[in-house]
Write a protein that binds this ligand. Structure first.
Ligand code: G6P
Length: 602
């Protein structure tokens, strides 16, 4: 989703710095970019469709010495990705960049048209710029104009604004979209997240909803919604710039896959040594709802399986954008668990706010430290997996699953369901996870061999039962996200109720059967596809490989583990199959088309 950065400095390098910040925001997903900079007389605006390198190329034709710049990566919502729709937008005395959506922009546009404003683009943001200019023309006070405009805006926003008559000051505010202020030796920043500024500083402050900020090269002043000055603490980021580099890996996705052994074993080690959420008492709640989007929702399904099967607690998992339609089920005795890597996903945030309104207790499983969701939940369980740059999540997902495994274990303990032998088995499993993940990752040749068999196909199916069917969903999503192959995930027993009609000679079917109890039934379903000519790729554990030649053309063998870690091992194999397949198809693995890492609009 859109990323913004503004920088005002004592030097003349604001364009270079803002551009390097934009590059660090690329991971959020975008389809055009732009920058406005003060050239000594006025704000120049340069925009470009496609990659930031196109913008960079264009800028090389200009004198970009400048002490103040605001820049933007746009992920199109209102109007196609082109230069006219790209930000910054300039209307009258106002130049601004925006992350979010102004939902009532057409009503405001009508009002502005009546007042003589004209528009070049199809965007809600140009309307926001015009409306701010309109407010400024009335009050002649820059902060007050921003307050007045924001009162009229419905929707979400993080704005960096520069006024023509004060071209080296950035005014900023936010609602439902992230924004941080950064402090460096040479100047100050207002950016979507810390990654944008980490090359220059790790000192930052978070802006709360409805606060306003005036950023000059020397000083940053914070205001509350009534424009009273407020004090802000400065914080120090623990993530450093090196974590935003590929460090020799061909892609961020591959680097992040290789970071999983440590990320997951850290979670389990922390659980056994210094667990911050052991005080969560499940007996206080009559039900658990888990709400998330995308891969985080898939991790939630693993969580549901573990909490229900082992913790004997009924759990409902809901896609965040649909949760509001279950409103009547939310009560003060509901435990809502929201799951989000970025901590900024708009639908998940809306779900958490709704549940809080209804009196529910909300726990977050979040990776991005200090993110909005992390700050708004009653209790935050951080996954501490470090920054994830590739749009397709890998360590983000597995670390969420790992946290759920520990929660299920806690539920068993609290309910007296954990006998000594099982406890020992699970502990041993969790504390040896690093070695097992490494052995899955080391099977790269096999994943490449499979990728070579499937990459020319247009359709592919994943099937499994029980906990394996939840992993199928994530394996399938990973493949379609980065390779653009059509892939569907089906519960193995359900395939025959319609979708099996799509299985033809050579159609690849990836089946997962790691669960002892369900093994035979899944094998029967695989045979049903094989009888229709499927190319069968079988994913199973080392104790299950006898006689699988009968129904498998390829086999991925995983180490045997308990249900508390097996989904992690399985999905990592599937991540690598997706990775190798996307590579063979020549796809842009880290930045797949149309996708955004941080989805800050509903
Ligand atoms: C986007 C990303 C997905 C992610 C989902 C939820 O769609 O592309 O990879 O799973 O958002 O993101 P979150 O940050 O809330 O986990």
């Amino acid at each position: 989703m859109c990323g913004i950065i503004g920088y005002t400095t004592r030097k003349n390098n604001s364009v270079e710095v803002a551009l390097s910040g934009l590059k660090n925001l690329e991971y959020r997903g975008y389809d055009s970019s732009g920058i406005a900079f003060f050239d000594g007389e006025k704000m120049d605006i340069i925009k470009s469709k496609g990659k930031i390198s196109n913008l960079d190329d264009k800028l090389s034709n200009f004198n970009t010495n400048s002490c103040c710049a605001i820049a933007h990566t746009r992920w199109a919502t209102h109007g196609e990705p082109n230069e006219t729709n790209a930000h910054p937008h300039q209307v009258g005395k106002v130049t601004l960049v925006h992350n979010g959506i102004i939902e009532n922009y057409s009503v405001l546009k009508d009002e502005l048209l009546k007042n003589g404003y004209t528009f070049k683009s199809e965007t809600d943001t140009e309307v926001a710029a015009a409306y701010l200019d309109y407010c400024y023309s009335k009050t002649q006070d820059k902060l007050q104009a921003l307050v007045d405009a924001c009162k009229a805006f419905r929707g979400s926003y993080a704005f960096d604004v520069v006024y023509e008559d004060e071209p080296t000051t950035i005014y900023a505010t936010r609602k439902d979209s992230p924004l941080v202020i950064g402090y460096s030796h040479d100047g100050n920043f207002a950016a979507s997240d810390i990654s944008a500024i980490l090359n220059y500083t790790n000192k930052y402050s978070l802006i709360e909803e409805g606060e306003f900020v005036k950023v000059t090269k020397d000083i940053v002043t914070f205001y509350n919604k009534d424009l009273h000055e407020i004090e802000k603490k400065s914080e120090t980021a623990t993530w450093d710039a090196a974590q935003y580099q590929k460090n020799g890996y061909e892609h961020f996705m591959l680097k992040e896959i290789y970071e999983q052994p440590k990320a997951i074993s850290d979670i389990f080690n922390r659980y056994y040594t210094n667990c911050s959420y052991k005080d969560l008492d499940f007996s206080k709640f009559d039900k658990i709802h888990i709400v998330a989007c995308g891969s985080a929702m898939h991790a939630s399904l693993v969580g549901k399986y573990l909490l229900q099967t082992y913790g004997k607690i009924p759990v409902m998992v809901e896609i965040a954008s649909e949760y509001r339609y279950s409103e009547e089920l939310i009560t003060p005795s509901t435990l809502l668990i929201v799951v989000s890597q970025s901590g900024e996903t708009a639908d998940t945030l809306a779900a958490l706010r709704l549940a809080k309104e209804k009196g529910a207790y909300v726990v977050g499983i979040v990776n991005a430290v200090g993110s909005t969701i992390a700050r708004e939940v009653d209790k935050c369980i951080y996954t501490y997996a470090g920054p994830e740059i590739a749009v397709a999540t890998t360590k983000g997902y597995t670390s969420q699953v790992a946290v759920f495994s520990t929660l299920a274990l806690m539920a068993m303990e609290q309910k007296g369901l954990l006998d000594k032998n099982i406890e020992k088995l699970i502990k041993n499993d969790m504390l040896n996870i690093e070695e097992k993940i490494n052995s899955v990752i080391s099977n790269r040749e096999k994943y490449l061999e499979i990728a070579n068999q499937i990459y020319k196909h247009n359709d592919l199916f994943f099937i499994g039962r029980g906990i394996d069917s939840t992993v199928c969903m994530e394996g399938s999503l990973k493949l379609k996200e980065i390779s653009y192959m059509h892939s569907e995930s089906y519960s193995a027993g359900e395939l025959k109720h319609g979708t099996i009609s799509l299985i033809d000679k050579g159609t690849p079917v990836i089946s997962i059967a790691t669960d002892e109890k369900l093994f035979e039934k899944t094998v029967s379903n695989i045979k049903e596809t094989k009888a229709r000519g499927s190319f069968s790729i079988f994913v199973t554990t080392e104790n299950h490989i006898d006689n699988c030649d009968e129904f498998a053309d390829e086999v991925i063998i995983l180490p045997k583990a308990t249900d508390f870690t097996e989904p992690i091992l399985t999905v990592i194999a599937l991540q690598l199959v997706a990775y190798e397949t996307a590579k063979l198809r020549g796809c842009d693995i880290d930045k797949p088309r149309n996708l955004a890492k941080s989805v800050t609009v509903e």
